[in-house]
Write a protein that binds this ligand. Structure first.
Ligand SMILES: C[S@@+](CC[C@H](N)C(=O)[O-])C[C@H]1O[C@@H](n2cnc3c(N)ncnc32)[C@H](O)[C@@H]1O
Length: 274
């Protein structure tokens, strides 16, 4: 009963267990993208990653820029009005609903994360324009059927949905599980739905492999980088939107971003269900 209530809560009903002495994924990422919701252990983890892979600084910012551009494309170019953003992270300027509703206020956005730290900040994600809606689900991506069932309270699964997974699937290390998640989600959405993925690359910059090893020593939520072929396999059966599977800085760069954008070892792809 309490668990059920907590799942739908716009804020936690009881304080979850949070250890500020251990590097936390959402807080470390928050630090990397310029946020303030982080602690010394998170900043130290980020420092260690950047020490072995200095490109991570540009990569984190390029990833957020990719998220903004994909959401803009999905609303403005593909006509999408419903979003399922899994692996949301801590609220940061330019969250999915802010970008989507700035173009079309009736957009409906469901956020999903399994981290109690994110749950405690979820209220900041529930600031929908009155014409649209946002909700937050405290759930694990490895349980896609539960996510779909809960998300159905906010989203209409007979109409196209964009599934956003930016820097999420690298936390699902097992290949069978990652493919199970992808097919369960894609099966649940109708034709003309889209999927936007950012996944760190294993085959573009050897420094990233050292960063992966460091992170996996420091943090409880371990990661796995994937090659281009492995990321392409995630969207097998979908139709990639131009320019296809590229690094995030190459995915439809804004004119303003053209000059400074640095190539970063993160793959980005947006693909449509035929
Ligand atoms: C690196 S952050 C990315 C945040 C955000 N998508 C962004 O691009 O700024 C990864 C997020 O995925 C969440 N996450 C990792 N594994 C997950 C899982 N199995 N189920 C749900 N969320 C997960 C983490 O808690 C974290 O908030």
């Amino acid at each position: 009963m309490v668990d059920d209530a907590r799942r739908h809560a716009s804020y936690p009903l009881s304080l979850p267990k949070i250890d500020v002495n251990v590097a936390n994924t959402a807080r470390t990422w928050n630090y990397m993208v310029g946020g303030k919701d982080n602690f010394a252990a998170d900043r130290e983890a980020a420092r260690q990653l950047v020490m072995v892979a200095p490109v991570m600084v540009a990569a984190a910012l390029a990833s957020r820029a990719f998220l903004r551009r994909t959401v803009r494309y999905l609303v403005g170019g593909a006509g999408i009005r419903q979003f399922l953003d899994i692996g949301t992270g801590l609220p940061t300027a330019g969250s999915t609903h802010e970008v989507a509703q700035s173009i079309s206020p009736e957009c409906r956005v469901v956020y999903v994360d399994n981290d109690p730290v994110v749950l405690t900040h979820a209220r900041a994600l529930l600031t929908s324009a009155p014409e649209g809606a946002t909700s937050y689900i405290d759930a694990d991506a490895r349980d896609p059927h539960a996510i779909i069932a809960e998300a159905g309270r906010t989203l209409d699964f007979t109409r196209p949905v964009a599934i956003i997974m930016v820097d999420l699937l690298n936390f699902i290390r097992d290949n069978q599980t990652v493919h199970f998640i992808m097919s369960a989600l894609i099966d649940a959405v109708p034709s003309r739905s889209h999927c936007a993925i950012m996944h760190p690359a294993s085959d573009l910059d050897p420094a990233m492999l050292e960063a992966e090893r460091r992170w996996n020593r420091l943090a409880p939520q371990k990661i796995r980088l994937r090659s281009r072929a492995e990321v392409a396999a995630l969207v097998d059966g979908l139709v990639p939107v131009e320019p296809g599977l590229v690094t995030v800085s190459e995915w439809r760069p804004d004119e303003a971003e053209l000059a400074p954008a640095q190539l970063v070892p993160l793959y980005g792809v947006v693909a449509r269900k035929p």
